[in-house]
Design a protein around this ligand. Structure first.
Ligand SMILES: [Zn+2]
Length: 77
C-alpha cells in the first residue's frame, strides 16, 4: 500500500497515511483540529528503483573513464 503524506491546511499538522488505493482528493479530517482540511501533499509514493542511474555529480563531470555523454556532463571526448 502506498504511503501518502497529508498536511492540514488549518493547523499544518502533518500525517502519514497508508491508503488502499488512490482516493479522491477530498479532504480528510485532521486528528488535531478536527477540521476537514487534511489534504494530500503532492508527492509520489516512494518507489524502489533497483538499478537507478548514478546520482548527478556536483562537479558536472562523470568522473573517470570515457565521457558518458549525459547532457549534464561537461566532459568532452
Ligand atoms: Zn488540523
Amino acid at each position: 500500500m502506498p504511503l501518502y503524506e497529508y498536511e492540514c491546511t488549518n493547523c499544518h499538522h502533518r500525517e502519514e497515511k497508508l491508503v488502499r488505493q488512490s482516493v479522491s482528493s477530498e479532504n480528510l479530517q485532521c486528528p488535531k483540529c478536527q477540521q476537514f482540511t487534511l489534504s494530500r501533499l503532492i508527492s509520489v509514493p516512494a518507489q524502489v528503483s533497483s538499478h537507478s542511474a548514478a546520482p548527478l555529480p556536483l562537479g558536472g563531470g562523470c568522473g573517470v573513464g570515457p565521457p558518458c555523454g549525459a547532457p549534464w556532463c561537461q566532459r568532452k571526448g
